[in-house]
Design a protein around this ligand. Structure first.
Ligand code: GUN
Length: 292
């Protein structure tokens, strides 16, 4: 069993990006600049955005955090997005999700200039991705492809089962795994809450990608020997023995499933760190496209 080490690979990718930034500086070019908009003060979102800003510092990017109150109106947020779209200093930006309920998420994501949409959530980028055209690939799916590619996990001709059809992970992942090219050429089954006899699919899968948000959902009786497991889940589960009062759990029962797996991502330290590294990569790509 091999651990798909997201911590190590994300560090390798950040080192590569830092080197590119160094070269940009040597050529006298402006370094990439990522901005993040955070509306409200949701604990998990604050943690994620904080990690994204720290990651920018680590690779030599400039970063801007735009913090707006919980009471922000849709118009105010759209105005801020317009400013970032028009700013010559910002190469890419993200609007951290989820948004407060008075704001329509679809309207907001549609307002981001596709050339600055480093999350890859704009319909133009999603459509271009699905058509194998130049686009921004959403950071988590992009990170999963990199984990598979850099560990040289064979995907060609394999049966991949994706659990969960979210717009951010499950749906794009199902498209990408079936595409031509590296970490693709797989036969994909996309399963979700209405799938009957899920185990009948997972037991036949060579690769399982779980993005459900249900702690320890996937157990050893649901998988075959030698399966490749990608666990996208990250849930806080109350645990008094931990200093913070909670433990972080993935969607996979790691101790039990890892005994049968050929490759598996740990939680934490698997997919999570890859997401941030690929957001940086997309920002670097945005900068480079502007220089062209
Ligand atoms: N909320 C959970 N995941 C993400 C992500 O990848 N990007 C943004 N903007 N918000 C999120």
């Amino acid at each position: 069993m091999t651990i798909l080490d997201g911590k190590k690979i994300s560090n390798d990718i950040k080192d590569e990006i830092a080197l590119d930034v160094q070269r940009m500086k040597e050529r006298g070019e402006r370094v990439p600049h990522l901005a993040a908009i955070l509306v409200g003060d949701d604990g998990a979102s604050l943690t994620y955005v904080g990690s994204k800003v720290r990651a920018c510092e680590r690779v030599g990017f400039e970063s801007t955090l735009v913090k707006l109150p919980d009471t922000t109106t849709e118009e105010e947020l759209l105005q801020k997005i317009k400013e970032l779209n028009e700013s010559e200093h910002i190469d890419g930006f993200i609007v951290q999700l989820p948004l407060p309920k008075q704001i329509n998420e679809e309207k907001v994501l549609n307002a981001v200039d596709p050339s600055k949409d480093v999350d890859g959530f704009h319909p133009e980028n999603f459509g271009r991705m699905a058509l194998e055209m130049e686009s921004f690939i959403p950071a988590t799916p992009f990170g999963i492809l990199q984990l598979l590619e850099r560990h040289q996990v064979e995907t060609k001709g394999k049966h991949t089962v994706v659990i969960g059809r979210s717009h951010i992970v499950g749906r794009p992942m199902s498209i990408l795994m079936s595409q031509k090219g590296k970490a693709g050429n797989s036969t994909v089954t996309l399963t979700h809450s209405h799938t009957k006899d899920l185990s009948e699919f997972t037991k036949k899968a060579d690769i399982i990608i779980v993005a459900l948000g249900v702690p320890e959902f996937l157990t050893e009786d649901m998988v075959k020997e030698g399966v490749v497991i990608i666990d996208v889940g990250i849930s806080r589960v109350p645990d008094e023995t931990k200093p913070r009062g909670y433990a972080i759990k993935g969607d996979v029962h790691f101790d039990r499933v890892s005994k049968k797996a050929s490759y598996i991502t740990p939680v934490p330290g698997g997919v999570g760190p890859m997401t941030i590294a690929m957001l940086l990569k997309n920002t670097l790509i945005a900068r480079e496209r502007q220089l062209k």
